[in-house]
Design a binder for this molecule. Structure first.
Ligand code: NI
Length: 246
């Protein structure tokens, strides 16, 4: 059940039986020379939709742009300042809370969003407490690439070539969704460098093609389908417990 494809009476009827909502958030940023700019949003959306179907839970529209400052030296990347993202998340969470949603499961596709998401959860709770206490309101963050099952499957499929950006698991998920975009050409070096980075220019200087520690040429659409199914399975269990907890 997708919020943007419902009418308001349908949402009202849903809220009479459930206060659960799944909120996908991604990013719009370079993912190396062969990965899609929308990778993080596409992964989060596909996983959230699967979880929503499994649990018959409402799925909010995907927030497509996140905090991607360090990718801004690559064309096509878009970013929100952390303060803008915080304000956007707070307003979205308060809107959902206003209608009676009280269990918000955030499926996140991008590491750069995680700190601001945690801040937004605290900010929203404070605003709710200040206006009219909502001790029932709960938020929960799931970074899909950190799930135990995804970690296991990624290691099995890609060994030490997973890396941390433009990774074969996330690239495989997008290629399973849009097989016509698959580009498995081998890149040089085969496994990209890893290092700490600072500004956007520093990122591009250290990682000239945009990858960090990864070899996305190993990705295959059929891996993506397996990873997607594993993520949906694991997050659906997290969601089931979270939605039904007192
Ligand atoms: Ni990504």
């Amino acid at each position: 059940m997708r919020l943007h494809l419902c009418t308001w009476p349908q949402v009202e009827a849903y809220l009479a039986r459930s206060n659960a909502v799944v909120l996908p958030i991604g990013s719009t940023e370079q993912h190396g020379p062969t990965g899609l700019i929308g990778t993080d949003a596409l992964c989060a959306e596909a996983i959230a939709r699967g979880v929503g179907e499994r649990l018959e839970a409402m799925v909010a529209p995907t927030l497509p742009v996140g905090m991607a400052q360090h990718h801004m030296a690559f064309p096509g990347s878009m970013t929100l300042k952390p303060s803008t993202l915080l304000a956007l998340l707070e307003d979205c969470l308060l809107s959902l809370a206003r209608h009676g949603f009280a269990r918000v499961l955030v499926v996140n596709g991008h590491g750069g969003n995680a700190a601001t998401l945690s801040a937004a959860f605290a900010e929203t709770q404070m605003v709710l407490d200040g206006w009219s206490p909502r001790p029932d309101f709960r938020t929960r963050l799931v970074n899909w690439w950190e799930l135990a099952g995804i970690d296991r499957l990624s290691a099995e499929l890609y060994g030490d070539a997973v890396g941390s950006h433009a990774t074969p698991p996330e690239v495989a998920v997008t290629w399973s969704l849009f097989p016509e975009t698959a580009d498995a050409r081998v890149l040089k070096p085969r496994i990209a460098a890893r290092a700490p980075f600072h500004s956007a220019a520093d990122f591009r200087a250290r990682f000239p093609d945009g990858r960090i520690g990864s070899d996305p040429s190993l990705a295959k659409p059929e891996h993506g389908a397996r990873l997607l199914a594993a993520a949906v399975d694991e997050i659906a269990e997290i969601g089931r417990a979270f939605f039904s907890a007192p």
